[in-house]
Every structure is written in structure tokens, then in C-alpha cells.
Write a protein that binds this ligand. Sequence first.
Ligand code: NAD
Ligand code: UFG
Length: 337
Amino acid sequence: MKILVTGGAGYIGSHTAVELLDAGHEIAIVDNLSNSKIEAVNRIKEISNREFKFYQVDLLDENGLRNVFLENDFDAVIHFAGFKAVGESVSKPLKYYYNNITSTVMLLEMMSEFGVKKIVFSSSATVYDSSNKPPLKEDMKLGTTNPYGSTKFMIEEILRDLYASDSEWAISILRYFNPIGAHKCGRIGEDPNGIPNNLMPYITQVAVGKREKLSVFGSDYDTHDGTGVRDYIHVVDLAIGHIKALDKISNNKGVFTYNLGTGIGCSVLDVVNNFIKATGKEILYEIVDRRPGDIDVCFADSTRALDELGWKTKYDLYNMCLDSWNWQKNNPNGYEK
Ligand code: NAD
Ligand code: UFG
């Protein structure tokens, strides 16, 4: 298939691009590089040994996007592009609603205009209401607590309404849990701007000497060691989930929603200890107050993805730590030279 990958220069998009090329698909990437670097695109080409078109275009630029559709005959779109920082979304909600929602509506309009009616969308476990008891299942109650999460929920609603209005659409909504890790080769990985918000990039930056110590946000949660529990998933397993979701919508019309997680909850200290074991690096940490807005436990029930897509994860936490470190140690400054 010929796939448009929006946000393909980003962390999950770049890994998915490699898997798409490996699986024999043709791709084109659209990314405005607002949270990524052109070097990621070069490295996708290097790893896959394949050429493809890259467009530095903002999805909000209607003419730029139309030009991309005019130059290519797409079968489907995988839509990663969007802003993702929860904290920033609280202080700048309009920035998030505008970039995430308006750009998605413009993309969907363009797809309709060109008769491209297959899309895989990056949603998040954050769309589940915090009253649900994990493991989280796709049909559980939805509810959000911050503007970023609300953009994901609203886009899901837009996609469901779109299918209700036109049953020619084939839509896969993927709810990611906590992606970490990197491609085995250590050439692509997560490259956050500034101080990382997320746990694994913070740990790898401590390990590489860029940060002094990790702050562990809270040790009084109702979990096995008191620290927050999440479902960490290797980004390559996640990427492969997109290939499976694409297969599903290439043969079926409808809206198909899947959790992509391992089903295993790991605490912050489990991650730290696995990282130390996998890498031999010491990680200094101190316990500090809870981070506002954090929940105690979040992990997936991914049996629907197993039953309907034949998808299951391959990598455990130890391997996720190994691969995160392999990326960071080979690229101490990310994609910067
Ligand atoms: P990322 O920031 O690395 O990648 C997103 C890419 O989209 C970036 O390269 C950015 O430059 C691009 N982009 C943003 N707005 C754009 C626009 N208007 N036009 C064109 N390009 C634009 O993020 P990621 O971690 O790879 O996440 C990919 C998707 O998955 C996002 O939608 C994110 O919300 C979602 N998601 C991520 C996580 C996570 O923990 N990483 C969890 C759940 C869901
Ligand atoms: N944590 C620390 N110290 C840090 C960073 C995180 O202790 O420096 C803890 C958090 O309190 C939490 C766990 O590590 O218990 C994971 O935190 P992350 O920030 O890595 O991930 P979250 O689960 O908070 O959020 C992630 C994405 C969101 C997404 C959510 C659900 O960042 O975009 O998963 O999918 F909405």
C-alpha cells in the first residue's frame, strides 16, 4: 500500500515508518518538524535502505497538504502528527485544540476530497476515565482530565461521527499505553526537547550524565512499592501494531478501536531497577511529592488486539531498557550532531 505518515519524523512515527518500509509498503512523510528533526528522516532511509518523499508541511497549511495529495496516490493515512505534552496543554489549551483537532479535521477533509478513506489514528490510554479499574478494556467509560487528553477523545468522537455519516470509511483508533525503547540499531529513538517530562528519557539522561538525579513522583500510591504503575510498551511492538491495524482496515470498513499495551503494570522503581540491571549504570534518584494529575495504576487489557489483529508484544521491560540506553548512549544529544 501507499501510506501517508503524518508526524513521521517523530518518535513513534519514525519507528512505524521503518516497519512499514520493511513490510514492503511505500510511504510519504508529512511533518512540520515542530517537535522533531530532519535527521530522523535521514536515518529512517538509512535503516530501511529505501527512498521516500518527505514534505516539511504543516497539516494546518491547506494548500501545502493538497499538494501532497496531488503528488501521491495514497491508499491510507497513519496520523501521528500532534502535540503531546500534558502539562503544556493545561497552560496552553488553545494551542492544543487548534493544532490537534483543527489539523485532523483538515486532514480528514483532504482525505474525503481525494477519496482516501482509510486512517489509523494515534489515541492514548489517557482517554479512559480515571474511575475505571485496570486492566483497561476498550469498552470502558471514557473521560479526560486535561486538554491534551480531551483532544484525543474529541478526535475519536469525530472519527466515530465520520463513519456514522459515511460507511465507506475504515478507521482504526489505537490507544497507546506508555511507549519506551528504541529500534535495535540505536539510530532512531526518542529525542525530547529540553527537560524530559516522561520517565524513560529522564532516566537515560541521568545515565548519560546530562541530569543529576531522577525525581520519583510519589511513593505513597496504592501499588506494590508505592510508586506509580504503568504499562510500558516497546516502541517497535507498538509500530508493528500499526501494520496489523492497517491490514485490518484494508479489508474491513468500520471503526476499530484497540488498546496497545503489554497488559503488565510496572512501577517507577521496577523501571529504574530493570534499567540498572540491563545497563550496569547507576541511577541516582530521590522520592519527591506526587506530580499533580498522575493516577496510581494504568495498564491495558490488549486481548482484543490479540484476537482481532493477531498482535502481541515481543519485548519485556529489560529489553525496553537495553534499547532505550543503546539509543541514548550512541546519541547523547539526540539527533543533534
Ligand atoms: P512526537 O512529538 O515525537 O511526534 C509527533 C510529530 O508530529 C512531530 O514530529 C511533530 O513535529 C509533528 N507535528 C505536530 N504537529 C504537526 C502539524 N500541525 N503538522 C505537521 N506535523 C506536526 O510524538 P510521538 O511520541 O511520536 O507521538 C505520536 C502520536 O502518538 C501523537 O499524536 C501523540 O499524542 C500520540 N501518543 C503518544 C504517546 C507517547 O507517550 N509518546 C502516548 C499516547 C499517544
Ligand atoms: N515519573 C517519575 N519521574 C519523572 C517522570 C515520570 O516518577 O521524572 C513517573 C510518573 O509519576 C508516572 C510514571 O513515571 O508514575 C510514568 O510517567 P510518564 O510521564 O512517563 O507517563 P504518563 O503515564 O504520565 O503519561 C504518558 C504520556 C501521556 C499519555 C499517558 C497515557 O506521556 O501523553 O501516558 O497514555 F497521555
